[in-house]
Design a protein around this ligand. Structure first.
Ligand code: AGP
Length: 595
């Protein structure tokens, strides 16, 4: 995810910004840039790739005396990771950096182009700085022009803007993306997280949504809710959570909004990345992936068939390669990958391309090998995921796949306008359902102490909750090293039930809105064999030893996203109690680039 830093004061600004950006490197980025405004001159430097390239680009520049400065690391969402698309974006006398997504940028861009404004980049961000300068033609009041600009934007943003028209400070705005302002003995600091401010600022203000203003050396005390800055750097990177995995579980509802942003309106789901005729000749889909990404793919196959009424086959990438699969000319090959570097998935993709199929990647890392290889890509926009056990990557993959199912349904007219509207409303509610509830987390934390022994775990569910059960079992085994398997609950009687006794822990996924009674019968069969049952449901269950109560949702997809969070937290808490390294479990790597 993009990173923002800013500074007002007399310190050497270039090295200060570079230091700040280094502190944000852990968030991932593919280009970087900075702008310094001092003695009325605006100096802008940008480079693709790592920060050392930016350092090289501005090696002969040193800033002296009082000035203002902004710096940015970009994780591409609109437009490729090129130097032209890197921030800051500059118009005639102002520069801007931005995190988030401006949903209505195309409309703004078109209006500005009609007034002969020339754009250089493919980004949504560039509209901000041009619109600001355009608004300044109508008022001499810079803050007014800035506010007017911000009020025209739809979407999520943390924005810093500097301009020769007001060289003593920085304009800022925050909506949906984090932004912190700090004060230290040598000036005022800005950042998208507090890690870069440690050692510089003593006090900070975490801006609330809707914050908008102009900050100079004298305005910090006018901010409300100023706090003393905690000086532990790793703590700051983890934003107060014990583990990156925990932080990533908690931020899922926020990144899901980013996943959705600019891809849905009142009328429909749309993807700028996909040509209008992309699905015209497509009659079937194969999705290929590994691990958690495979579970997202398998879950999505239910949605593709149910919503888009399109035949969908799902394959484990390592199995696909040597199977000599028969493919049809009207088949779309989708690969799903967080890293974009998984060797098995990449090779399956390369292999299928030799057979001339259309390909689509669903990936979190732009410019990764899989993205470069595929015909088209939909980025999941989860931001960098540090925990080896994938959480927010899964959530965002699910959302993109679900939206894609709806998109195909719209194109193929297998879903009515009314149903499509309902589905989009459910999507928004599902994001809300992915928000961690403190009482649920606490309940899982307490409950976890009862699930540290036994000879194994069965995670069971039906329909789309079966792949979610697989994912729950994978999460648990990855970080707790306990034996866990996922099964379709209806399949227990065909063999696995032989393992049932009081030391077999069954985690039962029991959505009230999908096949509840069927799963209940399967759970009762296990309970009759004395298996220990932990049910996850919004309905009470007499035979359950434990129950994790969900909210009363009206659709199964809301239940899906809430249960996903419950399963992730369950694995996390069991692992913590066992004293394991949650973020770096034994024997596993974040990116598996070998066969
Ligand atoms: C998930 O928790 C895993 N660590 C693993 O299964 C992962 O999903 C798999 O290796 C695929 O990775 P990818 O999404 O980067 O392709």
């Amino acid at each position: 995810m993009c990173g923002i830093v800013g500074y007002i004061g007399t310190r050497e600004k270039k090295s200060l910004l570079l230091h700040g950006l280094k502190e944000l490197e852990y968030r991932g980025y593919d280009s970087a840039g900075l702008a310094v405004l001092e003695q009325e001159e605006l100096h802008v430097f940008r480079a693709t790739g790592k920060l050392k390239n930016l350092e090289h680009a501005c090696k002969d520049f040193v800033s002296e005396g009082f000035g203002v400065a902004i710096g940015h690391t970009r994780w591409a969402t609109h437009g490729k990771p090129t130097e032209i698309n890197a921030h800051p974006h500059t118009a005639t006398f102002s520069s801007v950096i931005h995190n988030g997504i401006i949903e209505n940028y195309q409309e703004i861009k078109q209006n500005l182009m009609d007034k002969n404004v020339v754009f250089c980049s493919q980004t949504d961000t560039e509209v901000i700085v041009h619109l600001f300068e355009e608004n300044l033609k109508e008022t001499s009041h810079t803050l007014e022009a800035f506010k007017k600009t911000i009020h025209s934007l739809k979407g999520a943003y943390a924005i810093l803007l500097i301009t020769q028209e007001a060289p003593k400070g920085i304009y800022y705005a925050k909506q949906g993306s984090p932004l912190v302002i700090g004060q230290g003995p040598d000036g005022i600091y800005f950042s998208s997280s507090d890690a870069p401010l440690i050692g510089y600022a003593t006090h900070v203000c975490y801006l609330e949504d809707g914050a908008i203003g102009f900050m100079d050396n004298d305005s910090f005390s006018s901010l409300s809710d100023i706090k003393t800055l905690n000086s532990n750097r790793l703590y700051a990177q983890k934003e107060g959570f014990r583990y990156f995995m925990e932080k990533e579980i908690y931020e899922q509802h926020k990144v899901l909004l980013e996943t959705m942003m600019g891809r849905m309106d009142e009328e429909e789901v749309y993807f700028e990345e996909i040509n209008d005729d992309f699905f015209t000749d497509i009659q079937r889909i194969t999705i290929c992936a590994c691990g958690t990404s495979y579970h997202a793919a398998l879950s999505a196959s239910y949605l593709f068939e149910r919503i888009a009424k399109i035949k969908c086959n799902v394959a484990i990438a390592s199995e696909w390669r040597y199977k000599e699969p028969i493919v049809e000319h009207d088949e779309l090959f989708i690969v799903v990958s967080q890293s974009g570097e998984t060797a098995d998935t990449l090779e399956a993709l390369k292999n299928i391309k030799t057979q001339g199929l259309k390909t689509l990647a669903i990936c979190n890392v732009d410019n990764s090998s899989i993205v470069r290889e595929a015909d088209t890509t939909l980025l999941t926009r989860a931001g960098i995921e540090k925990g080896v056990a994938s959480t927010k990557a899964f959530a965002t993959q699910m959302m993109v796949l679900w939206m894609l199912a709806l998109y195909i349904g719209q194109k193929k007219e297998t879903i009515s306008k009314e149903e499509s509207k309902k589905e989009r409303a459910i999507m928004l509610r599902a994001i809300e359902a992915a928000k961690v509830l403190p009482q649920t987390h606490e309940k899982i934390r307490r409950l976890s102490k009862r699930y540290l022994h036994g000879h194994g775990f069965f995670f069971i569910g039906r329909d789309i909750f079966y792949p979610l059960a697989l994912e729950g079992a994978l999460k648990l085994k990855e970080i707790s090293y306990l034996h866990a398997e996922g099964y379709p609950s209806g399949d227990m009687k065909h063999g696995p039930i032989a393992l049932a006794d009081s030391n077999l822990f069954t985690i039962a996924l029991m959505p009230r809105n999908l096949l509840y009674d069927k799963v209940k019968s399967n759970v009762e069969e296990l309970a009759a064999r004395d298996a220990t049952i932990c049910a996850i449901s919004s309905l009470e269950l007499e035979v359950a030893d434990d129950i994790i109560i969900l909210k009363e949702h009206s659709s199964y997809m809301e239940e899906f996203f809430e249960m996903m969070v419950v399963l992730q937290l369950f694995a996390l808490e069991v692992s913590i109690r066992l004293g394991n390294d949650v973020d770096m479990p034994r024997n596993l790597a974040k990116s598996v680039t070998v066969e």
